[in-house]
Design a protein around this ligand. Structure first.
Ligand SMILES: NC(=O)c1ccc[n+]([C@@H]2O[C@H](COP(=O)([O-])OP(=O)(O)OC[C@H]3O[C@@H](n4cnc5c(N)ncnc54)[C@H](O)[C@@H]3O)[C@@H](O)[C@H]2O)c1
Length: 365
């Protein structure tokens, strides 16, 4: 069989970091074509006083100075600014764009190869459709008309790019594709475990960014580790309640994968959502989210605030606000002018533990 061509659609912080992992695997596994294409949304950059296109600079230096500065990618990672050329021949498409850019990108890209398969690394992009909660992978599946898997985990991009050990969870229904896709991502520093619970994996990845805003509010108020740990616990519990409401078959075991509790922890301690939420509190209402994103992220996109805005109408429409006091409080602090210390004054009545056997958290034998 001809080696499979792989294209990474997106070249931000995570797109570049995952390209370093994939490029190692396309080089060592003969079932993949060695050259790895990365679709690069082209921008004019100024680096050391010289102005030029980001893709031109990348292809010459193999460094994405805007989104992953200081990391040199392998020579066989090639930036392609033309979306049609980037995806036209690909057998495997790796989606790693901020979700707000997905529809336009697909609209511009033309046909994909028959039999191609996609993996979405996108966190967020939730939408209420006829009473059902639609996922970003659903949208990709609908628009691309081929199988879409997801990959989520405790994977802060800069740490992955530095080669630090971490784990990730692949959500994939087809056993045939599970094997190939694990091979594409898995290596000694990036261990991948495959499960078949796509909604569980994807929703954990999206919702933890909302909890991370709460963690940032705590940091902005100078609370310590105990408070943050409590918030992480309650956050995990609310993630479970939200996910189970829409996807009753989401598996308990998924929450204990890298995409669940591990991603939640890392995002509440590091990552951009926590950082910007801390700045939001410290600015005492003097800065908008847009301003904070601009000041702190250097062109990267803040995801947690968008996801909080996406799930808010969903929670209201489904009468979930009372069951999700933390999510509600986070939304109100972020967008309704509620005082940040409200984060430690959640309404009473929280169950004692997300892990209580009798609350249905663990799969019944
Ligand atoms: N950064 C991380 O640590 C991390 C880890 C796991 C998952 N993710 C997820 O990966 C996804 C991508 O995030 P990221 O961190 O790579 O992005 P980023 O915020 O670092 O970069 C923004 C990206 O958007 C692109 N862009 C800007 N305008 C565009 C347009 N009009 N059309 C198309 N693209 C445009 C930019 O070229 C850039 O690639 C998100 O869903 C994020 O939640 C990120």
């Amino acid at each position: 069989m001809a080696p499979k061509r792989v294209t990474v659609v997106g070249s931000g912080n995570w797109g570049m970091a995952i390209a370093t992992i994939i490029a190692t695997n396309t080089e060592r596994h003969p079932e993949f074509e060695k050259d790895l294409t990365v679709w690069m949304f082209d921008e004019e950059i100024e680096h050391k006083g010289v102005k030029r296109k980001l893709s031109v600079h990348f292809n010459e230096t193999k460094e994405n100075v805007k989104y992953l500065p200081g990391v040199t990618l392998p020579r066989h990672v090639i930036a392609e600014p033309d979306i049609k050329k980037a995806v036209g021949n690909a057998d495997i498409l790796i989606w790693v764009l901020p979700h707000q850019f997905v529809p336009k990108t697909i609209e511009n890209m033309g046909p994909v190869k028959e039999g191609a398969v996609s993996v979405s690394l996108i966190k967020g992009g939730l939408e209420l459709e006829g009473g059902k909660l639609g996922l970003c992978s659903d949208l990709l599946r609908k628009l691309l008309k081929h199988e879409v898997a997801v990959l989520m985990g405790a994977n802060v991009a800069n740490e992955v790019a530095a080669g630090q050990f971490c784990e990730a969870t692949l959500g994939c229904k087809s056993a045939e594709h599970q094997g190939t896709l694990c091979k594409l991502f898995d290596c000694l520093s990036f261990r991948v475990n495959a499960v078949d619970d796509i909604p569980g994996v994807e929703l954990c990845g999206a919702l933890k960014n909302v909890v991370a805003l709460g963690a940032g509010f705590c940091d902005g108020l100078d609370y310590g580790g105990n408070t943050k740990a409590a918030l992480i616990r309650i956050g995990l519990q609310e993630m479970k309640i939200f996910i189970r409401h829409f996807y009753p078959d989401a598996k308990d075991s998924t929450f204990l994968e890298s995409c669940g509790v591990a991603d939640l922890i890392t995002t509440c301690f590091g990552g951009r959502n926590r950082k910007c939420a801390e700045a939001f509190v410290r600015s005492r209402g003097s800065k908008s989210w847009d301003q904070i994103e601009k000041d702190l992220l250097g062109g990267q996109k803040l995801q947690g605030t968008l996801t909080a805005q996406e799930i808010w109408p969903v929670m209201k429409a489904h009468g979930l606000c009372q069951k999700l006091p933390l999510f509600t409080t986070i939304y109100e602090i972020a967008f309704n002018g509620k005082a940040p210390w409200g984060i430690v004054k959640l309404p009473q009545g929280m169950p004692a533990s997300a892990f209580a056997v009798d609350d249905g958290f663990f799969d019944k034998k």
